[in-house]
Design a protein around this ligand. Sequence first.
Ligand SMILES: NC(=O)c1ccc[n+]([C@@H]2O[C@H](COP(=O)([O-])OP(=O)(O)OC[C@H]3O[C@@H](n4cnc5c(N)ncnc54)[C@H](O)[C@@H]3O)[C@@H](O)[C@H]2O)c1
Ligand SMILES: [Zn+2]
Length: 656
Amino acid sequence: MENTMNRDIDRIKELVDILNKAGRAYYAQGQEIMSNYEYDALYDELAELEKKTGCVLASSPTVNVGYEVLSELPKERHEKPMLSLGKTKSVDELVSWLGSQKGLLSWKMDGLTIVLTYNNGEMTKAVTRGNGEVGEVITGNAKVFANVPVTIPYKGELILRGEAVIRYSDFEKINELIPEEGAKYKNPRNLCSGSVRQLNSRITKERNVNFFAFTLVKADGVDFKNSRREQLEWLASQGFQTVEYKEVTADNLRSTVSWFENAIKDNDFPSDGLVILYDDIAYGDSLGMTAKFPRNSLAFKWTDETAQTKLLEIEWSASRTGLINPVAVFEPVELEGTSVSRASVHNISIMEELELGVGDTIEVYKANMIIPQIAKNLTRSGVKDIPQICPVCGMKTEIRSLNDAKSLYCTNPDCQAKHVKSFVHFVARDAMNIDGLSEATLEKFIQHGMLHEFADLYHLDDYRDTIIDMDGLGVKSYDNMMAAIDRSRHTTLPKLIYSLGIANVGLSNAKMIVKNTGTLDRILSATREELCAIDGVGEVIADSFVSYFADDKHRQGLNRLVAELDIEAEEMASGENAVLADMVFVITGSLNHYSNRNELKELIEKLGGKVTGSVTGKTSYLINNDSTSSSSKNKTAAKLGVPVITEDEFIKMIEE
Ligand SMILES: NC(=O)c1ccc[n+]([C@@H]2O[C@H](COP(=O)([O-])OP(=O)(O)OC[C@H]3O[C@@H](n4cnc5c(N)ncnc54)[C@H](O)[C@@H]3O)[C@@H](O)[C@H]2O)c1
Ligand SMILES: [Zn+2]
């Protein structure tokens, strides 16, 4: 007996520690180190043991709400403590809880709870729940919530509570704008917390935060006829959007729960269950509260539909931040009506908590009926496959702890995953001009290990099946992409040099360098001095050019790339083609033979000449069909003795 007691107390201490650590990560840092499913299971185990032993530690999460807030925002103590809610998963329990009372059944919104205060019809204060005792003051941010009234007709002091939430559709839009997989928000609640607890209300405003009122705390002098429903209707008449609710009695409670269950898939606002509340205010208040829960209301959590399956693989996907995210890939199972085969595991702490190893039998569910997650691991073979090397670049990885969560990172500053931009540059119009490869697509290819260097773009056909299965791609885009890639094989030397993305080397620098060196071999062996002697190439460009090619990796990569290409020969304006070598032209006025100045410019450059924007002592010819023109360019030419020629004269000159 004594022994079991000791063992129970030890377990209580252990559970309190684990849950508080998880709570701190969840509330204060917006991170999860275990799934909600697991958190709730451990919480229930703790509550059970506390009941059995009669021992409740002061720090137990069963008697504390949320977590102490650590942020730069100003803090304020709540007038009335903000409590959590008792929970059940059983409809029977809901029915017996309601008894013969009338109740209101509403969505339990999954965002951030906020208390708003109005005086003289103006919003004067907005505070987050925080740890239930002390919250963060976010008044400026609440004023830019999408649907909150800043002035109301009621002039007395109004205090109300509600939930700030972000729509799933807005959540997806905002996440789409964040290209890095690792920096994306995990769920709308995380995003909402990040958007509301902001020092900058402009960001809050952009995030389209909505506020749903669910409790009226104070509005003296208004007669609510002792009804919560009256209160909500009154709040609506003041301009607030209230949480969607239905009036229930024991008779229709079950069917109303089903109504919500059916509506959840069409609900754009995240919710993590339902809340039932006695309509009779005096009755509800007379019941008082436990240490943590008011007795006038109760939360109903959905029984998650779970399925057992086998973990086939942990896929590691590297992102631009260097973070490498684990994704569980399992044998497909049906959940809430759709087939599911992947779930993010978020980080290494969660993997360790689940002792997750390939081949394990796992139970999966959809969190809030939406987001696939691993609920538990039945075989717990242990974490053993954390990659020592980055799946993208093959260099060493490292586990770093951010707050309480451990994550895997690539240590290579040159990791391609961090350099998606260099691929974006490579395919750009002025560079290799490959259509249909957006930044997002390139990032996916990089994450799947298909792209390590530029030459790999010409071997994407090795991954045809994987690519056509990717979200947003398909056979047609694959075919178009392949055609565009093939077309790009035919290119010119300046475009190739430019596409490498050497720091400071623009397309016109690349052209000048090619013109003055002629061949790729000579380009690779050019010294800093040779480069500096080229018109338009300064020391900065020469240095970055030389140091780029001093790196053997770059040379070898370039060799492999060149092997894929068919480089136009005459673009190397050397030898006999360079009839305009060392000549500098300025073009002005309208043209007759060439469709635009650019076409003429390209021709001059192809023949070894150079085109500049203004007439100087170095200008060889000003091309202008109107010799009587009094443009400033003509005037300068006259002053400096620069000959003015027409297009016809120019054409004759190059034909000779
Ligand atoms: N994964 C983790 O590591 C981790 C850690 C801590 C907590 N959690 C999750 O958080 C849950 C506990 O969260 P909690 O205590 O912050 O909140 P809760 O789940 O107890 O929710 C209660 C709150 O819901 C709000 N609410 C939303 N809609 C409402 C409505 N219509 N009427 C009344 N109130 C409404 C109220 O502010 C109330 O305080 C756990 O069950 C767990 O799933 C997870
Ligand atoms: Zn890497």
